[in-house]
Design a protein around this ligand. Structure first.
Ligand code: IMP
Length: 198
């Protein structure tokens, strides 16, 4: 049995996905499991930067091994935006409030009106701090932005993201199918490979 790792999240879906992939021999604790109720700042301008801020915050204050993630949708024709602003893209552009997924997607579709290069990718960055050392991995899924939303499952930009080699958006796929190919899945697989190496 390995030492417990803290995952800097309280999102139950992320926790169960990570626990499934890392397996029972690598126990994963959530922020509430360790009594961390802080509003951890995510003020960096890159995904890696935000993951690092979160992982450092937890490992320094709670004296534990920890990993943290940050995800963004990177659109080629928009020089990688929304990227680190994905959760609050509309708000960052003076539209809507907070994490409004419908407003974010609507803004993106408007910005891409008439644009033929619709390539995009989801990227998840993970920073691990273990025994005081910092490591980074990431996971990517390439695809394209559709011209209108399709499907009702999932969250965020799922209705307008079609992964390469598929004819359905993430929001039209089953959760199982999406989770088998997703950016988060690939980043977590990379984390497991890293943990097996160090
Ligand atoms: P987080 O770092 O996992 O909180 O993701 C930041 C933002 O990226 C979310 O608020 C969503 O807008 C977007 N996002 C992340 N993962 C996905 C996904 O799997 N599908 C659709 N949108 C996502």
């Amino acid at each position: 049995m390995h030492k417990p790792l803290v995952f800097a999240t309280n999102n139950p879906h992320k926790l169960s996905e990570v626990r499934d992939i890392l397996g029972a021999s690598r126990p994963v604790l959530s922020l509430s499991d360790i009594g961390c109720h802080d509003d951890i700042p995510e003020t960096a301008d890159t995904l890696e930067g935000n993951a690092l801020l979160k992982a450092r915050w937890v490992s320094e204050r709670f004296d534990c091994d920890c990993f943290a993630d940050d995800t963004g949708l990177e659109v080629a024709a928009l020089d990688g935006r929304p990227g680190v602003l994905s959760a609050r893209y509309a708000m960052a552009n003076g539209e809507g409030e907070g994490h409004d997924a419908a407003a974010n997607s609507a803004l993106l579709l408007r910005q891409l009106e008439g644009v033929t290069d619709r390539r995009a990718r989801f990227r998840t960055a993970i920073v691990l701090i273990k025994d005081g050392r910092e490591y980074q991995v990431d996971g990517v899924i390439n695809g394209s932005i559709t011209t209108a939303p399709h499907g009702t499952d999932g969250f965020g930009y799922d209705p307008i993201f079609m992964p390469e080699g598929h004819t359905q958006t993430f929001a039209e796929m089953s959760a199982h199918e999406k989770n088998t190919i997703s950016h988060r899945r690939r980043a977590t697989d990379a984390l497991l490979q890293l943990l097996e190496k160090i």
